[in-house]
Design a protein around this ligand. Structure first.
Ligand SMILES: NC(=O)c1ccc[n+]([C@@H]2O[C@H](COP(=O)([O-])OP(=O)(O)OC[C@H]3O[C@@H](n4cnc5c(N)ncnc54)[C@H](O)[C@@H]3O)[C@@H](O)[C@H]2O)c1
Length: 376
């Protein structure tokens, strides 16, 4: 930390997704961006001089060893999240990691142990949890207005065949594996609505293979995969992941059903987020705009956002996740998406990959809370 109490940040993957955090960090009163790391050296130098950062690294370990940073944002491709997060945690450097937390059960277990052994804070950067609609639904759910929750849906539909050729790791880790390889944007907000529940088992099936990559190979991931998730409270969640179908994007479709009401996110063409609560209903057929509940339920942070939040990516999610991470570090408290919630959002996807290989059989999802530090 600097003498004036600023947390010194480094970003790994600083010219890809990591660059989305530059402005957010520069605007934060308790953070200072001091170092950037990326293997794309030319672009790294350009970016660093553009934003006035003097320390640059092409090796993540060298940045973590430099003694110049207190916290790191891991914005590299998916298979690097765990090794780079562990490298930081072992040096008691705080970690804000991109999603998903990891790409295999074994490495997720290693990450969990590393987070428990470190004095540093680990948080997963699940920015869709901070979208205004999702935050408002969360508050209405927590106030009990939907009654007992028992069903939800989350869809991440993002045709990314071209993007797979630009960011080639996606061809291996997102469309090169069958099952739900990118679950957290859909599942994250839903788990926040269901509060203390987690997914205990999953069954995953797919729609078959209808597209080939530019080399003529079929994508290993089926076009649309559906993962059914059984929750610890008995409820059911349906996740659709689709990164291949020719169609418009919809990265943020959700629905929620409880005994006293329901919610549906927009599906396009001017559709609005809409809610039906039995207590306010004028009829069974009449939706209300979700925003009717804004005054009563939207938390202050979204009612009076700073301009940086309004300008930040992913509907402001990129701002609020950094804000919460910094506060957790400074106040030495558990961040909103610490290691166990990160696992709750990540492990069902890994289990879905086992399930789809077994024809959709139900597969148990481990509980990371059972992964305790082994006594020496
Ligand atoms: N939360 C979100 O909304 C969101 C959006 C986009 C991407 N992502 C996640 O962010 C991550 C990166 O995605 P992207 O689209 O930026 O990919 P990308 O390939 O565009 O960028 C990754 C960057 O990491 C760098 N890199 C690769 N290996 C490195 C290493 N060993 N050390 C340092 N730098 C290295 C690359 O040079 C590149 O600049 C992925 O995990 C993805 O899932 C999240």
């Amino acid at each position: 930390m600097t003498d004036s109490g600023l947390i010194r940040f480094g970003i790994i993957g600083a010219v890809g997704r990591g660059s989305s955090f530059v402005e957010v960090l520069r605007a934060h009163p308790n953070a200072e961006l001091v170092a950037m790391c990326d293997i794309a050296e030319d672009r790294l130098q350009d970016k660093a001089s553009e934003v006035g950062v003097e320390l640059t690294f092409t090796d993540a370990e060298a940045m973590l060893e430099s003694g110049e940073i207190d916290a790191v944002i891991v914005g590299t491709p998916m298979p690097l999240h765990v090794p780079q997060s562990i490298m930081a945690l072992e040096r008691d450097i705080h970690v804000l990691s991109e999603v998903p937390a990891g790409v295999s059960l074994d490495e997720c277990q290693q990450l969990t142990i590393a987070a428990r052994c470190s004095t540093a804070t680990y948080m997963m950067a699940e920015n869709y949890c901070y979208l205004r609609e999702n935050v408002l639904v969360r508050e209405i759910a927590r106030a009990g207005l939907f009654g007992e929750l028992y069903f939800a849906e989350g869809e991440y539909i993002h045709e990314s065949k071209e993007l797979n050729e630009v960011t080639r790791w996606r061809r291996q880790w997102q469309t090169g594996i069958n099952g739900n390889t990118y679950p957290t944007h859909s599942l994250g907000p839903i788990l926040q609505w269901f509060d203390d529940q987690r997914v205990v088992s999953v069954s995953c099936v797919g729609s078959g293979h209808h597209y080939r990559d530019p080399r003529g190979d079929l994508y290993e991931n089926e076009d649309a995969t559906i993962t059914l998730c059984r929750l610890s409270g008995g409820g059911l969640v349906r996740l659709r992941l689709d990164m291949l179908s020719n169609r418009p994007h919809n990265l943020t479709y959700y629905s929620l059903q409880g005994t006293e009401g329901c919610y549906e996110a927009p599906r396009g063409l001017g559709d609005q987020p809409k809610i039906w609560l039995r207590k306010d209903a004028r009829g069974i057929l009449e939706w209300r705009p979700l925003w009717d509940y804004y005054e009563a339920f939207m938390p202050d942070f979204w009612k009076h956002p700073p301009k940086e939040a309004l300008e930040a990516g992913h509907g402001g999610g990129d701002f609020w996740e950094v804000h919460d991470f910094v506060s957790a570090v400074l106040e030495e408290r558990e961040p909103p998406i610490g290691i166990d919630l990160a696992m709750d959002m990540t492990l069902p996807g890994l289990a879905s990959q086992v399930s789809i290989a077994q024809g959709g059989s139900w597969v148990e999802v481990p509980d990371s809370r059972d992964w305790l530090v082994t006594p020496k």
